[in-house]
Design a binder for this molecule. Sequence first.
Ligand code: ADP
Ligand code: MG
Ligand code: MG
Length: 909
Amino acid sequence: MEILEKVKTRVYKFGNKTADGNSKMKNLLGGKGANLAEMSSLGIPVPPGFTITTEVCTEYNTLGKENVVELIKDELEESIANIETLMGSKFGDKTNPLLVSVRSGARVSMPGMMDTVLNLGINDEVVQGLAKKTNNEQFAWDSYRRFIQMYGGVVLGMKPASKEDIDPFEEIMEHLKHKRGIKLDTEFSVQDLKDLVYDFKEAVKKRTGHNFPTDPWDQLWGAIIAVFNSWNGDRAVYYRTMHGYPADWGTAVNVQAMVYGNMGENSGTGVCFTRDAGTGENVFNGEYLINAQGEDVVAGVRTPQQITHLGSQRWAELAKIEEEDRLKNYPSLEELMPSIFEELNTYQDVLEKHYRDMQDMEFTIQDGKLWILQTRNGKRTGAAMVKIAMDLLKEGMIDEKETLLRIEPNKLDELLHPIFDPDALKRSQVIAQGLPASPGAATGKIVFFADEAAKFKNSILVRIETSPEDLEGMNIAKGILTARGGMTSHAAVVARGMGKCCVSGAGALKINYKTRTLTVDGHEYHEGDWISLNGSTGNIFEGKVATMEPELSGEFAELMTLTDKYGQMKVRTNADTPKDAKVARNFGAQGIGLTRTEHMFFEVDRIKAMREMILADTVKGRKQALEDLLPMQRSDFEGIFEAMEGLAVTIRLLDPPLHEFVPHQLATQKELAEDMHISLQAVKNKVAELEEFNPMLGHRGCRLGNTYPEITEMQTRAIIEAALNLKARGIKSKPEIMIPLVGTVKEFEAQEQIIRRTADVIFEERNDSIDYLVGTMIEVPRAALMADLIAEKADFFSFGTNDLTQMTFGYSRDDVGKFLPVYYEKGILKVDPFEVLDKEGVGQLVRLGTDRGRSSKPNLKIGICGEHGGEPSSIEFCYNLGMDYVSCSPYRVPIARLVSAQAAIKSTM
Ligand code: ADP
Ligand code: MG
Ligand code: MG
């Protein structure tokens, strides 16, 4: 057994233009290790080293330290010997020492993994040898103090004592700098560095109770085990759980010969990108520092300089630095070390062509020789993602299908909403975080009540939660912030529909409507105070953060055209107003999949008529009120049909419980009583009468239309007349009337009869007719089960997956916020089922409903109109079920078009 175990390779070597591994082995070698191997084989100068596989990490977790050391000891020693041969130096040697770096690297780049330790293998004797060998005492001692700092922090846990404290090593350095009257790390004298090393070691001993490890092999094993342990650190586990990455992936460990950027004026280190990660522009760019090591560039210890001449000039312009000053103090690498620059320029080109994607690279220059330390596909903004993919297509590097697959659907969102100015963001203070409910950037003054949203020119509506009564105010506000509610809370859904920035469920907010205050962490904010919301991250900022409008690029339009070439499933939109419909159409919506008529009743002048209708005690009284509503609905529909000229428009009949429409505040109740010439008590009685124990399962949906047929009659009339009016103006419309919340065939039939009868009456009155469909939502589990019978009657199905999820799980969508966080933490649920369709459970009902529906009507038109219609994995699921369309909020239409194309491409692969 033991012998067998030893047979498999656990350590993969690279260096000297060869490698045991390659870039396809990311699962085994981690991203960093796989790419180091690949670069080495490509002949790019990579310091020699080796990668301990991710499998060893998993073995460590079950076998423990001793056994794992035993397992890999031989291979490790042999691999170190290999580096020694290639570098002509020896690990732990006192005259000709080899130092190494120890770097973690999982298969995907992950926060929480161990930070890199550089210069490992140094101690009080080795440092002398290093100084002699390089004839550079300054460099040797600088490397030593860096090592203790890194190893102490990363491996020995020398972290700041509390969040208010600074790093213990930084503190010692600051103290010395102050004493010596210097500013930069590079200004330390050799004696200073020696003192630092001494003080650092003392600090370690004091805090940990142990001497700092002096044996290079102890140091090495310590660092390797620390990398393994970091895989199970809190932050890593949290991140893994959130993304659903399994615990047995493990992380690899890379051990690599050090190359030194801190050897003097002829050395340095830097980071570069083959294209602009912000804009996607095809320009090589990056930053470097002379006489520096590792993270100095990113950490900002000194102002980094630009790699290219062009970049340097652009930078100087922004920093308002004169050309003369720039040349003298901040020359580009291109100017300072032209031949190194040329070589780097060649490698970036080779690597980009090889990986056929924008690369993010790290390099170090040791005494005039260039080394490449890392390459990976670079992270980029949504805008850069689109531009780079389209450019690579035009350059012939990737084909159309790959271009489409390269686009991350959810990142398209960034392009469609106002965004924060990245510079302004850096200077802003995050006060709390909620859910990124609706992307975009909003900044404004706090208001606590919807009817006061217009109080300021720019307002942010801050609510514990929102309700349909708040609609108008939400529309006026620049952004919406709620303390309660999930990703499908009222606030979230409405905001996404409006394309308005929204952060929901920010539990840390204490909102007091009485005192009109918002309290976070003991800090109080008042009405009129400025705050800013990032709907893409859920961050809430104090004050006014500058925003900018996104500009839709030509590449974006080209990408969208390309989606149509491959997409088979149509994309419709959920739109309640002509304005939304127009926005969606501009984004390429091919129809409306859901118009919620109730939203039309909330506008000021209408809500009154609506309330009169609800409060009416007789059919006659109700009909009178409905007559007042008819012209308003009709003109709404005309507007929407006109905006969607020629395309199908699905209109859902009245759905919510009537209780949502009646006034709950005394003042409004009084007003209504006066308007209707009835007593306040009568109004109060009616409100009480409409109260339900479970409104979501109560008197709503087609149950309304079946108890008050006159409502269905009025709505049908408004729809049909609107279509006829447009026809008279030469505008074609295709209404699809949708009956909500059907559970039995009879419920459907009863409503259908009213609709068809009403339509026939109008056709006779007008002596004209139009085509229309009558279909139903499938959102009650029973409807999915009875789908074959319902399909015999219905012209179409539209899956209302919000209610279907609610009723299948038995979770109230407005209350999930209370237990979802706990469910995530305990691993009971991974994602919010109201956001991502539960394919396993609810998905079965969708599949069943689709199959049974089509079994009795093979060409039954089927779509989805729940919030899931805009969520990539759910869209793909719908495509695979053979749906005709998905319908989503206007701003998600481009995303759905992309996913529709991607799903079609994937199904042929
Ligand atoms: P991260 O994943 O945080 O980027 P890295 O392992 O890439 O961590 O290393 C951090 C820094 O140290 C980078 O700037 C990298 O180039 C540098 N570095 C890593 N190994 C070496 C080495 N062997 N010689 C010189 N610099 C190195
Ligand atoms: Mg790196
Ligand atoms: Mg519903």
